[in-house]
Design a protein around this ligand. Sequence first.
Ligand code: ADP
Length: 397
Amino acid sequence: MKILVINAGSSSLKYQLINMETEAVVAKGTCERIGIAGGKLTHKANGKEFVIDKELPNHTEAISLVLKELVDKEAGVISSMDEIDAVGHRVVASGEAFTKTTLVTDEVMEIMDEIAELAPLHNPAAILGINACRAVMPDKKMALVFDTSFHATMPDYAHLYAIDYDDYKQYKVRKYGAHGTSHKYVTGAAAEYLKKDVKDLKIITCHLGNGSSISAVDGGKCIDTSMGFTPHAGVPMGTRSGDIDYAAAEFLCRKKGMTMEEGLTYLNKKCGMLGISGVSSDFRDLTSASEQGDYRATLALNMFSYACKKYVGSYMAALGGLDCIVFTAGVGENTACVRRDVLSNMEAFGIHLDEEKNLQKNDGTIHDISAPDSRVKILVIPTNEELVIARETAALV
Ligand code: ADP
């Protein structure tokens, strides 16, 4: 069985064709500048990279070009479209409308339109991608895999905000979380690596990238996560503030003469690591600036690690114990000093990092970086969100 995984953005479309027998990526690529002059497809298959410069006025043209490449004589990996058994689409937000992977139907797409406002930067783009695929492959089974599904198991007392309950009921304003496919992947991979049944494990998964979220997972089920109604919440991120007193945000808006919308853009794009350091949102730049003695870059890194540490501590309390901590995504997989600082001084809780193992370079495999006497296992696991989307799609169809 072969599954085509699609991750559509407003002007880009990423894809992977995955062979489910081996779980190997057969081909993958990205369409860039959709709807903007200078469209381009970069397609990787058969050990080669193929770059096609072609105007891509809309997502339908983009997906048509992708399918053409997949069956192409030189760049192709399948002889006909019939070899694609189903398509799995990544969708950022499901609201309360969908709590699990769902087959695409006309009714489902109507609901998707209704909930698009929950993730205005992401869901409308996903809808464009799904509609384009439906236009080009009308008979193909398609599944929607939601980033929020993994967090649907959070109990009410964890996912609700303390607002008027009737407003929650009417507007569905509550925590939904994010990066769910990544948290799900590393949860399963950790259990497999530790040769334990996931039902017997209490795990804290730290997806630390440009956007970051931390989840508490009990017996394979998410019981809490750091992101909220939107990805603005939780630890500070590349350019996002993360958790902030809402009255401080309103005060800043007044002082800087920003509308609420401008204030949100400010908190989303100009704050976080970039705002504090004044150097960069990129952790590679931050660590090198910090090594050269830059005070604000060091401060940004310290704020990030401290915020992560507090989530780890609070989730240990929420879980009532801990067996394993997982680091994943760009920063979690590659930035040793962040892992060191997040877990420093936690020996009293059974968490003991092996400083030398922690310095091992990311080679795309799982690393156990816990010291031999650490009661809690500390793992670095490269994430694989596309594989979760493919697995979920295959299971559904
Ligand atoms: P997102 O998917 O949220 O855009 P990523 O998970 O790709 O983000 O993480 C990007 C972050 O990971 C950047 O801040 C980057 O500096 C950091 N990072 C650190 N080391 C590496 C590395 N060797 N390769 C890629 N990203 C790295």
